[in-house]
Design a protein around this ligand. Sequence first.
Ligand code: A2P
Length: 310
Amino acid sequence: MPAVGMGTALPIPVPHEVTKDAVLAAIELGFCHLDTAAMYGTATEGPVGEAVADAVRRGLLRSREEVFVTSKLWCTTCHPDLVLPSLRGTLLRKLQMEYVDLYLIHWPVCMKPGPITWPAKREDAVPFDFEAVWLAMEECHRLGLAKAIGVSNFTTKHLERVMSVATIPPAVNQVELNPVWQQRTLRAYCAEKGIHVAAYSPLGGQNWNGSGEANAVLESEVLAEIAQARGKTVAQISLRWIHEQGVTWIVKSYNKERLKQNLDIFGWELTDEDRLKISQIPQRKFVTAIALFSPEGEFTSVDLSEMDIV
Ligand code: A2P
């Protein structure tokens, strides 16, 4: 799995062409890892697929094999009989590819089958049969439709359930991870089990819950001090730190200059003093599964707290 990747998750929809052009620009700059999902409201699987096909036509890539493409199974299809049809839909109708390099269960949350809604109604949450869904993910791998399979937003408890039945353990757990939410316990667990960790929101994320709160990473004084001393940007300090932890980062930027800046984290390193200061940053999580659900509506079928989601 490439060490760095381009994300395409957006809190608000953008036209298809905007995503396609940004992905093409990223490929041109050297990104060879693209992250999408069935969920991304702006339907980014389609433009990602088109951008890759275009890049091959234009000679920016020799073939599709030169990029690593990740997509994700949405909560409404976390039912054993819907996993394979969902991946086939992603591949045939959206990405127009024969396989994904990595297919992830997007959240440890199962919703009633049906159209994707954001946020979902609370009564749409149903118990998640992790074991059966994981075995369906394994089938996708056996059929060659997903070169690797994994999970996203899983805690150690969710991973334990998957591991208890897995004949193919999850290759990756993609989670919120940055200097302000370092995930030390989860990382130690994943290292022990041989599960690679990938970071989303490596720069503190976008305004997912609409709270308009300041971005704790990009506005961190500790990171700003280190950035100034090293002649780098705060974003580069965060991305470099994640890279040094052995974690793959996935950052969304549709801006060419920032895409370029984000790739420029190699050939230099943080000092021990920088690492110590970063290790002392107070920790705070921003993305919660509760944000998947609308606060309105009766919540009858299952208590979210019982689902052990955070
Ligand atoms: P933009 O697309 O305008 O560059 P996520 O955490 O979901 O990956 O989102 C990252 C957010 O940080 C996006 O809003 C993105 O906006 C912004 N961003 C990406 N790279 C940089 C950078 N180098 N400096 C500042 N902001 C960045």
